[in-house]
Design a protein around this ligand. Structure first.
Ligand code: MTE
Length: 314
C-alpha cells in the first residue's frame, strides 16, 4: 500500500522486487511440519496443535498455478504496524507475542464475548487452500493458506437479524507494533465486509501457510483472506470481529476515500486514481500478466454484485 500522506508516490515508488530481493532476509524454505522450523516458543500453542499432521485436508477453490516461493511469501510483506518497507515485517514482527491470544466477538450476535484462540479454533477442521493474492499496488502471489471458512465461525456465534456487515480489527499495541507510533494510518487497522461477502465459502480465516503456522509477518496468529479483493482487505493479527447493522469504514478508506473504497474488488476495468489496475507483476516473474476480474474468482463471486455499478462501488 502507498501512504497517502506522502502525496505523490506512485506505483514505481514501491520497493521494486529485484532490489528488495537483494536485501531480504532468507527465511527457511521447504515444507516444515507443525511449526518445528520456527521454534515452538514463538508459536501459538493452539495454532501449532491445529496444524498437527492429519488435521489439515485439501480444501476447495485451490488454483493449480505455480505457488510463490515460501521465502518470498514470508519476506515481501505489507504490515504497516511493523514499518512501511516491504522487508520491515519479516525483520520486526518476531517481537509480536501471539500466545496467549484472544479474539473478541462483538455486536449483533447472540453469543458475544472474548474467546481464546483455542476456543476459536477447536471445532474447525483446517483446510489448505491455494489462492491468488493481488495487492492494490500491482503485484501478486499464489499462497497455500491453511484455515477455515469465516462463515463457519460467524454461524457459531449466531448473528442477529440486524447483522448486515462484519468489521475486523488488528491488535493495537505500540510497544509490540512500533509502526503504530507513526500516524501513517488510523490505528488500529480496521477492515470490513458485507455479510454475504463474509459468509461466502471463499472467505477464509487463515492460521497457517505452506504447511506451517502463520509467520508473524503474515498476520499471526489469525488473519482474514478474501481472494477476490485487493490484499489490504485481508486484515492481519485479528483481535476483534464485530457484526454490525451499518457499513464500517476501513482504515484505508478513512485515510484516502477516493483511492480505497469499501468493496475494493480486484477489477482491471477500474483504475486506482494514480495508476491502472489492468496488469500485475506476479512475484518471481519478469513480464507482467493481465489482471483478472475478481482476481480470477468471477464464477464464484460475480453474483454478489449483480446490478451494482462497480465504478461507483469501487
Ligand atoms: N493487515 C494489517 N493489520 N496491517 C497491514 O498493513 N496490509 C495489507 C494486508 N493486511 C496490512 C494488513 C496489505 S496492503 C496486503 S497486500 C496484505 O496484508 C499482504 O499480506 P501478506 O504480507 O501476507 O502477503
Amino acid at each position: 500500500m502507498l501512504i497517502k500522506t506522502a502525496t505523490d508516490l506512485n506505483e514505481s515508488d514501491v520497493t521494486p522486487f529485484g532490489i528488495y530481493q537483494q536485501r531480504r532476509r532468507f527465511l527457511q524454505s521447504g515444507i516444515a511440519i507443525a511449526g518445528a522450523a520456527l521454534g515452538a516458543s514463538l508459536l501459538s500453542r493452539e495454532a501449532s496443535a491445529a496444524l498437527e499432521p492429519g488435521r489439515v485436508k485439501p480444501g476447495p477453490f485451490s488454483t493449480d498455478e505455480e505457488k510463490t516461493p515460501r521465502e518470498d511469501v514470508t519476506s515481501y510483506n505489507n504490515f504497516y504496524e511493523f514499518g512501511v518497507d516491504k522487508s520491515d515485517p519479516a525483520r520486526h514482527a518476531h517481537k509480536l507475542v501471539t500466545d496467549p491470544w484472544s479474539v473478541a466477538i462483538a455486536g449483533e450476535v447472540a453469543r458475544p464475548g472474548s474467546y481464546t484462540l483455542e476456543d476459536i479454533l477447536k471445532p474447525h477442521a483446517l483446510e489448505e487452500r491455494i489462492y491468488r493474492l493481488r495487492c492494490v499496488e500491482g503485484w501478486s502471489m499464489v499462497i497455500p493458506w491453511i484455515g477455515f471458512p469465516l462463515a463457519d465461525l460467524i454461524k457459531r456465534f449466531e448473528p442477529t437479524s440486524k447483522a448486515k456487515y462484519v468489521e475486523f480489527e488488528t491488535l493495537y499495541d505500540k510497544q509490540q507494533m512500533p509502526g503504530q507510533r507513526r500516524r501513517v494510518l488510523e490505528w488500529p487497522y480496521r477492515e470490513g465486509l458485507r455479510m454475504d461477502e463474509a459468509m461466502h465459502p471463499l472467505t477464509l480465516l487463515a492460521v497457517g501457510l505452506y504447511g506451517d503456522v502463520l509467520p508473524n509477518q503474515n498476520g499471526a496468529p489469525i488473519r482474514l483472506v478474501v481472494p477476490w479483493k485487493y490484499g489490504f482487505k485481508s486484515i492481519k493479527s485479528i483481535v476483534k470481529i464485530r457484526l454490525r447493522e451499518t457499513q464500517p469504514t476501513s482504515s484505508w478508506t478513512r485515510s484516502a476515500p477516493r483511492e480505497y473504497g469499501f468493496y475494493s474488488n480486484v477489477n482491471p476495468n477500474v483504475s486506482h486514481p494514480r495508476w491502472s489496475q489492468k496488469r500485475e507483476r506476479r512475484i518471481g516473474e519478469f513480464l507482467k500478466r493481465k489482471t483478472l476480474m475478481f482476481n480470477g474468482y468471477e464464477d464464484q463471486v460475480a453474483s454478489l454484485y449483480a446490478g451494482m455499478d462497480l465504478k461507483k462501488y469501487y
